[in-house]
Design a protein. Sequence first.
Length: 94
Amino acid sequence: MGAYATVAPSFATFTHDTTGLQWTRDLGPESDWGTALQYCEDLETDGHTDWRLPSVRELGSLLDYGRSQPVPLSMVPVQDQVWTSSPGSTGEGT
């Protein structure tokens, strides 16, 4: 992925080169916020067990508007809904 991210040999995770945040490509099942939180807490990927939902700002760091495709879809699967740890208008993540 060049200067954008470094992909783990398993291709299950990648590390954003600018922020240093590690991301899993496994978004889990589409669900509600509480289920998403629990899924992250239970996730074991590439030897890591400390997964958590990202904040809105962290999720936004994946966007690169200088590219014709702001999100590298080859690394980040897309779902209709992606949860974050940031509170929304309902008090749950957005």
